[in-house]
Design a protein. Structure first.
Length: 319
């Protein structure tokens, strides 16, 4: 099987001038060079999802309904606005205001993303199923929940929106592992023509659309080449690299050097996709660097390599 070899460098950057200071994050159970590595890397860089203190991501661990809502909230709103929904009363007797996830439940309830169980509870600690996550992702894209039957109407809409790309063998009623949620969340970011992301174009007088990554995170990508690092061909840069941790990129013919706490030695000479996001001062920060070089590899889901494929053959037990 042939895929893009996508090596993610996740960076928490402080400021961008001619150099850029950052720290790297990686997970021991996420295999570099896979679609899953790209998904987890970008989501981590954007603050959507994180790992565990032991340095693992836990791709096969289940994710609770409460944890899932936090992921969806950040996908929709970015980080830092949770307090807007904190402290308000909840319709669910098992969601009290002192729970860490109460604000996310209140937000999702107001938007019709969740409605709880027939007994009136929310059950935040229950593992989120593939069907539940699909429904919530679809409504998160701006679709009206009343227009679809549960679960397969939502599943069909999710398939048409390409939320299941890079995934196979999903079972609707099974808990959705963290690895699956990460891949669907990544696909969510790049969904085209979603009703919740439309805007009126004054010039064309028509409705245009942005992807969630463009609208929510204002993220931009650039294609460049890694020219040199401080430990691999430092003399290849137009100004030889003498400081440890520096990486030189050529972007649109212009060479720029960044201070990055990440080993990019294996990327020298490779074309890469560089994701940037504005900070509070509207200065662009690098959040991910993805290697675009094609490689072949053997896939094993247990080591966080998500199989590619489609979901055109969908039936009652599998998605």
């Amino acid at each position: 099987m042939k895929n893009l070899r996508k090596v993610i460098a996740m960076l928490l950057s402080l400021a961008m001038v001619l150099s850029f200071t950052a720290s790297a994050a990686s997970y021991s159970d996420v295999v570099a060079g896979t679609d899953a590595a790209e998904a987890v890397g970008l989501l981590s860089g954007l603050g959507v999802i994180g790992g565990y203190p032991d340095g693992t991501f836990g791709p096969e661990k289940t994710i609770s309904r409460a944890e899932y809502l936090k992921i969806l909230f950040v996908l929709k709103n970015g980080v830092g606005s949770e307090e807007l929904y904190a402290g308000s009363s909840s319709k669910y007797p098992d969601v009290t205001s002192d729970l860490w996830y109460a604000s996310y439940v209140n937000w999702a309830t107001q938007l019709g993303i969740v409605g709880g169980y027939p007994d009136g509870t929310f059950k935040g600690d229950n593992p989120v199923t593939v069907a539940e996550a699909s429904k919530m992702f679809v409504v998160g894209l701006g679709y009206n929940a009343g227009d679809f039957t549960y679960p397969y109407g939502f599943i069909d809409r999710a398939r048409k929106s390409k939320l299941y790309e890079k995934l196979t063998g999903l079972v609707a009623d099974n808990p959705a592992p963290r690895g699956v949620i990460a891949q669907i969340a990544y696909n969510f970011l790049f969904t085209d023509n979603a009703p919740g992301y439309g805007y009126y174009n004054q010039e064309t007088r028509e409705t245009d659309y942005k992807t969630p990554i463009e609208q929510t995170f204002k993220a931009v990508k650039e294609i460049g080449v890694v020219v040199a690092t401080s430990t691999n061909s430092p003399g290849a840069a137009s100004t030889p690299i003498t400081k440890a941790g520096r990486v030189a990129f050529s972007i649109e013919g212009k060479e720029t050097t960044y201070d990055l706490a990440i080993n990019c030695d294996d990327l020298v000479g490779h074309q890469v996709t560089i994701w940037k996001q504005p900070d509070d001062n509207d200065e662009l920060q690098i959040v991910a660097v993805v290697d675009n070089t094609e490689q072949s590899f053997t896939q094993t889901y247990a080591t966080m390599q998500v199989a590619s494929g489609d979901v055109d053959q969908m039936h009652k037990s599998d998605i």
